[in-house]
Design a protein around this ligand. Structure first.
Ligand code: G6Q
Length: 550
């Protein structure tokens, strides 16, 4: 199998990178008045300005050549066509079918998956309408006021992020809560504020074997029983989202209260399936369908747009350029929108769990860096925290600014200030401030020559730091759907270039296994010697301290 570094475009990019040294973004803009017009794209209601990247036309051609040589076109066809794109688990990855609004069938393993998808969506509509309209009642006949989603990882981050992001469209009576951490504090703090009579629990787990989720679900059930409910009342307060009907029944949830999805839906790609129930309860099924339509429009764009006009491909190839040629392995997500405050955390899982891999598809060790570290906070908060390092630190950190032009909570000139900060940051990162500019500035501010010489190094900004800006009219179900799908496909294209499997997560599985055996040892309470000396020491010390306390 040809590996990425053996492709001729990869080698040409290495040579080109060396040639690019000394080329600055400032110069590229100064010498080309059309740069902004040429390096922009639009799709599914999103606008991308990628002109503030350290690329020339030659870079761009070579990156597209690399995408072509890595067979992005064939691989994306395989993704959409339900082929086994996750060979280590023997599965397709059909999140695009979950939001397929075309009316066309999607076949995998000889079966059209669309009838089951549409049937579950219809059941979700009926159930969510009943809860929202106050028809679904708790065991004392009261309307539901609070919904607690119990899940972790892919069964938490997506619905949590999207429910927060679409908070402007939330139902008046229903408060959504999310409990993920097995630390009892998370459940205890959440339940403290709630009334068992009016609380509905959603147990969200693809496998229904995840320790954290089952522990929280059992404790939540006990809380309901302790509040006076009987076993028979549980069905009015618990529903499950899962692929595992046996385990759901074993837990004591009536299969009639289970909303199904399928093994070809990866955890971190499951927001579009029944896992989206918290979001559906919050915004209603009609708006959830808009959310699916937004994603579907991005899917259609990704499927059909040529490589040089394809937004997910563009974002992916820019990441490859920085990650593999500039050796810049960190990527900042800076949404200038408070509703998107969990978006960076969501993308962190999407990208780091998908592309945090060290072997190629054939199992051989990778010969190039793979997925970067993704992080972020909503603007403008980051500016008063870590942006210092972006502007003047030694690391180059490509940044995605995400900004809606319209606020859903217009107050005075707040949104103008927000936009101004967003645009100012990308400009400052790109332009910097040279010694000459500072000299003039400091002279006009009345600094003496001595003071100026002492401070000028500290106050100089090298600039030349890359960013993308993704702009939309506002954050609504449709634009959010498109934005998430954009990043899902970006991550997929990167995986194609690096020739890795983005749909498995063996790293997560190992942690799940190890925790199980140590938990048994902790509950037995006997001193252990079967691990390395550090792990033995920590377990034995914890046992001793816990006994002292007991
Ligand atoms: C996501 C991962 C992982 C998973 C959680 C929860 O892609 O597989 O984050 O979502 O471990 O798993 P369950 O939904 O099976 O409880």
């Amino acid at each position: 199998m040809t590996q990425p570094i053996d492709l001729s475009a990869w080698q040409e990019l290495s040579v080109h990178y060396a040639e690019m040294q000394g080329t600055t973004l400032r110069d590229l803009f100064a010498n080309d008045q059309t740069r902004y017009q040429r390096y922009q794209q639009q799709a599914a209601g999103l606008f991308l300005d990628f002109s503030k990247n350290n690329i020339t036309d030659r870079t761009w051609q070579l990156l597209l050549k690399l995408a072509d040589q890595a067979q992005v076109v064939d691989r994306k066809a395989a993704l959409f066509n339900g082929e086994i794109v996750n060979p280590t688990e023997g599965r397709a990855a059909l999140h695009t079918a979950l939001r397929n609004r075309s009316g066309n069938p999607v076949i995998t393993g000889g079966t059209d998956v669309m009838p089951s998808i549409l049937a579950v969506l219809q059941r979700l509509r009926i159930f969510s309408d009943r809860v929202r309209e106050g028809d679904w009642r708790g065991y004392k006949g009261q309307m539901i006021t609070d919904v607690v989603n119990i899940g972790i990882g892919g069964s938490d981050l997506g619905p949590l992020m999207a429910t927060e992001a679409l908070g402007a469209f939330a139902h008046d009576r229903l408060n959504l809560h999310f409990v993920s951490n097995v630390d009892g504090t998370h459940l205890a703090k959440t339940l403290k504020k709630l009334n068992a009579d009016t609380t509905l629990f959603i147990v969200a787990s693809k496998t229904f074997t995840t320790q954290e989720t089952l522990s929280n679900a059992h404790s939540a059930k006990q809380w309901l029983l302790d509040a006076g409910a009987a076993e028979a009342d549980v069905s009015k307060h618990f529903v499950a989202l899962s692929t595992n009907i046996e385990k759901v029944s074993e837990f004591g949830i009536n299969p009639k209260n289970m909303f199904e999805f399928w093994d070809w839906v990866g955890g971190r790609y499951s927001l579009w399936s029944a896992i989206g129930l918290p979001l559906i309860l919050s915004i209603g099924m009609d708006r959830f369908e808009q959310f699916l339509i937004g994603a579907h429009e991005m899917d259609e764009h990704f499927k059909h747009a040529p490589l040089d006009q394809n937004m997910p491909v563009t974002l992916a190839m820019l990441t490859v350029w920085y990650n593999n040629f500039h050796d810049s392995n960190s990527h900042l997500i800076a949404p200038y929108d408070q509703y998107l405050h969990r978006f960076p955390a969501y993308l962190q899982q999407l990208t780091m769990e998908s592309n945090g891999k060290s072997v190629h598809q054939d199992g051989s060790a990778v010969s190039c860096a793979t997925g970067p570290i993704v992080w972020g906070e909503p603007g403008t908060n980051g500016q008063h925290a870590y942006f210092q390092l972006l502007h003047q630190g030694t690391h180059i950190i490509p940044t995605d600014f995400i900004v809606p032009v319209e606020s859903l909570n217009p107050i005075g000139n707040h949104h103008e200030l927000l936009l101004a900060n967003c645009f100012a940051q990308s400009e400052a990162l790109m332009m910097g401030k040279s010694g000459e500019e500072l000299t003039l500035e400091m002279q006009s501010e009345g600094y003496s020559n001595d003071e100026k010489d002492r401070l000028i190094g500290h106050r100089t900004f090298s600039g030349n730091r890359p960013s993308n800006t993704i702009m939309m009219q506002r954050i609504d179900p449709k634009s959010l759907g498109a934005l998430i799908a954009l990043y899902e496909h970006k991550v997929f294209v990167e995986s194609v270039i690096w020739n890795i499997n983005p749909f498995d997560q063996w790293g997560v599985e190992l942690g799940k296994q190890l925790a199980k055996s140590i938990q048994t040892e902790l509950s037995e309470g006997k001193s252990v010697s079967s691990h390395d000396s550090s792990t033995n020491g920590l377990i034995n010390r914890a046992l001793k301290l816990r006994n002292l306390q007991a």
